[in-house]
Design a binder for this molecule. Sequence first.
Ligand code: NAP
Length: 259
Amino acid sequence: MNTAPKFTPETLLSIRPWAPNLFSFTMTRGSAFQFVAGQFARLGVKRADPDNPKNPSGEKIVWRAYSVASSSHAEALEFFSVAIPEGEFSSELVRMRPGATVYLERISYGFLTLERFEPARDLWMLCTGTGLAPFLAILGESGTWNAFENLIVVHSVRYPNELAYADEICGLSGKARLHYVPVVTRRSRAGALGERVPELIESGALEGHVGLQIEPGTARVLLCGNPEMITTTRKLLAARGLNPSRRGNPGQLAVENYW
Ligand code: NAP
């Protein structure tokens, strides 16, 4: 019988604000915690739980799922988060300082991984907001750069200051060619596309911009972020013959909803 506790206490190492509603943080990584790039962890923070007769300790741990942004071989774990003022978890986290305790479940979760795909030429990573996180982890693996000829990262945000990690992504290099496509939907910004991801696919503007087609024979697609973006994009891609993997039938598409 495995008697190891379900989670380990870890230490918050750093916090990096990107915009008023957006920040990244790093924390120690328990030696038992393993994950595949693209997966998520479950993190817990302690909160006061006063006036709860069923909980005399006056405290509780609140848990949230977070995609890991750091690579699977990194010593520390990195996460990318929205700050929701009324949110039980992130409102507590933004108040915390390095040295504070964050709990980490031992198990990692999720299927937004490259293991699901058969080899192909191009990997399209389409995301909104903090849905960028798993793609940062995937880009941190040398195997990704060796497996594809083209890596296309499309990051859709409302405002330019939400284009987190742009410099880090542009600074990456390897065997594959990297295409970084920022999309800013509520302001015009030089160098960025201005329409939502599904519209950019439907009109052909995204493929025109990148110079590659999204086709089942050459493309593998990862989608992450806003659930409505994922639903609409999935339908568009299904019409082109790109579908999620099924048992015994490897597909061209994998998705992760963010809320
Ligand atoms: P968002 O509304 O998801 O917008 C990010 C990008 O996605 C924008 O470019 C936006 O375009 C686009 N978008 C929005 N709806 C879309 C759709 N149906 N189809 C295609 N593209 C779409 O904004 P966010 O700032 O990342 O997140 C907004 C709120 O979502 C947060 O404040 C938070 O409440 C919640 N959220 C929760 C979690 C979580 O619980 N883990 C994580 C992230 C966000 P437009 O500018 O045209 O809308």
